[in-house]
Write a protein that binds this ligand. Structure first.
Ligand code: GLN
Length: 265
């Protein structure tokens, strides 16, 4: 498992009380998602000027939220923030005490989180000649996106072609620092639930619907975005309602060692 939670912010001048409320929603989702990943947790924000900050540690979300940098980082969320992303990690590949293996992960100009395991990551890193700073398989997804973002925006068609080579499980959320108003949400074969609120102009996402339910606590106006598996969504800060979606592919594999039918190692 692993838990992904976050808020994609549309453009809006939010008053401090609304910002505080959304921060609270984020914390609640993160705390709830601890059950999906006890080995490490982290968060990051990205702003429309391309600045970013990441804080992650090999500790449970319930401990992370009391760390000073966590509170600082959350306090810096403002009307220029395009995404606030969180992750709770159930380590599959790469020790959590090497903090580089924890999420959110930055690879060049790309920042993101991943739920799942790419079983042929080592092979693809070598075959595609990608730089590698961590041991975690997830870095592959963000290195690929970074490679296909030479001028800022991620070339989604090229990224999709490369993702098609991946074998395993994947749902991920990512963005380029040089195109910070565009967020890519890859809903593959791992759960990812999304909800939009017109007045708040935000999209919430979480690995489990229950985390969002708990976080928004019956507040009116939240609408579920129904997204089938294997969909790449593009959500923009300029207008979070104008969501683009397209299909993407990779080779789904449930467990290590058991190749799906028709796939040669
Ligand atoms: N359980 C997961 O989804 C883990 C994600 C990634 N493979 C990691 O080890 O961090």
């Amino acid at each position: 498992m692993c838990g992904q939670v976050g808020i994609i912010f549309g453009r809006k001048r939010r008053r401090p009380d609304e910002r505080d409320y959304l921060r609270e929603v984020f914390i609640r989702m993160l705390l709830h998602s601890e059950e999906r990943g006890p080995h490490a947790s982290g968060l990051a924000w990205l702003k429309t000027d391309g600045s970013h900050r990441i804080f992650k540690r090999p500790m449970r979300a319930h401990e992370l939220v009391y760390e000073k940098p966590f509170q600082e980082l959350l306090g810096q969320v403002d009307n220029k923030t395009s995404i606030l992303m969180g992750h709770t990690r159930w380590r599959t590949r790469g020790n959590e005490f090497n903090n580089r293996n924890n999420h959110p992960i930055r690879a060049g100009i790309v920042i993101g989180t991943h739920n799942g395991t790419i079983y042929n990551a080592d092979h693809l890193f070598r075959r595609l000649g990608l730089p590698r700073y961590a041991e975690v398989d997830s870095e592959l997804i963000f290195r690929l996106a970074d490679r296909f973002a030479p001028e800022g925006p991620i070339d989604q068609e090229c990224l999709k072609k490369a993702l098609a080579l991946c074998r395993g499980q994947m749902s991920a959320v990512l963005a380029s620092k040089l195109d910070p108003g565009t967020i890519a949400v890859l809903k593959g074969n791992k759960p990812l639930c999304l909800r939009i609120h017109r007045q708040h102009r935000v999209v919430l996402y979480a690995s489990d619907d229950a985390f969002i339910d708990f976080a928004v606590d019956n507040e009116k106006g939240w609408r579920e975005l129904e997204v089938p598996p294997m969909t790449m969504l593009t959500i923009r800060h300029e207008d979070v309602r104008a969501i683009k979606n397209s299909e993407f592919r990779f080779i789904p594999q449930e467990r290590k060692g058991t190749l799906p039918e028709g796939v040669n190692a």
